[in-house]
Design a protein around this ligand. Sequence first.
Ligand code: FAD
Length: 292
Amino acid sequence: RINHDFASLSGNVNLSFEFFPPNSNEMNSILWNSIKKLEPLQPDFVSVTYGAGASTRERTHGVIEKILTETSLNAVPHLTCIDATESEIETIAHRYWELGVRHIVALRGDKPDERSHTGDFNYATDLIYKLKSLYDFDISVAAYPEVHPEALNAQADLDNLKRKVDAGANRAITQFFFNSESFLRFRDKCAQNSIDVDLVPGILPVTNFIQLLKFARFTQVEIPGWMQKLYQGLDQDLITRQLIASHIAIEQVKLLSKEGIKNFHFYTLNRADLTYAICHSLGRRECFAAAS
Ligand code: FAD
C-alpha cells in the first residue's frame, strides 16, 4: 500500500508570512490581495521588511499601521540598526509601541558599502538591548543555517546567535535554504550551544530562478544541483516554474514537519498563491478547527 504520508500533516503548525512594502499602486494592490487571501489561514504573525532609504522605511510603517487597523493580523515590523542613531531607534520604538506593536524582527541590516557605517549600532545584539531597555517587545532575530557571509566562521556565527538570544530574542527566523540537511545540522548545533529558542525555517518558494542565483551568490546560500536541473529550460515558462516551486517547497515543509518543526516562516514576496498552496499541504485550512 502506498503511504502518501500527508496524513500526519494536521495543520497544527504555527505560520508567519513576510511581506515587503510596495513601491507602486499596482504592487500595493498585489500586496493587499495577498494579505486578504492569506489572512484566513490565521498566521501567528505577518512581518513587513525594512529597507534602506527614508521613503521605504516610512512605507514599512504605513503597511504595519494598515494591517493593524484593517485586519485581524498581528503585524510585526522588521527594524534594522546599521545606519540608525540611538534617538532614531527610540522614536521608532515609541511610535510602534503606541500603535500597538508588541513584536519586532530586530536586525543589523546590510552594510551600505565598504565604507564604515555612520550609526550608533554595530550589530543586531545592540539593537535588541536598546529595544528591551525601552519596552518589553517580543523579539525575533535572523539566523543563518549556511552561515552569514561576513561571519568569521560557523562557530562565530553561532556565538553571535547565542548573544542575540541572551540579549532577549525569543525566536530566530532563518535565511532561506534548500538543503534541508544544513538546517537540521544547524538545529543540532544550536542545541549543543544552548541556543534554546524556536528556530523557524524561512521558506522561499522560487519562481524566478535567475534572480535566485544572483541573490544566492550574495547571501552564500547553496543552490543544490537537483534544483538547477528542475528549473533547466524554464526561463520563458512561468506557469511550469510556479508548479516546480510549489513542488519543491511542499517537499521541504513535509520533510521539516516530519523532523518535528512546528513553526514555518514564508517569504511570500507579496504573492499569496504558492504560500497558500504550501500551507494547505501542511494541513492548514481556512477554518482551522476542521483541519485535524
Ligand atoms: P547580526 O546578527 O548583527 O550579524 C551580522 C554579522 O556580524 C554576522 O556575520 C555575525 O556573525 C557578525 N557579528 C555579530 N557580532 C559580532 C561581533 N561582536 N564581532 C564580530 N562579528 C560579529 N535586511 C534588511 O535590510 N531589512 C529587512 O527587513 C531584513 N529582514 C530579514 C529577515 C530575516 C529573517 C533574515 C534572515 C534577514 C533579513 N535581512 C533584512 C538581512 C539582514 O539584515 C542581513 O543578513 C545582515 O547582513 C545581517 O543582519 P543580522 O541581524 O543577522 O546581523
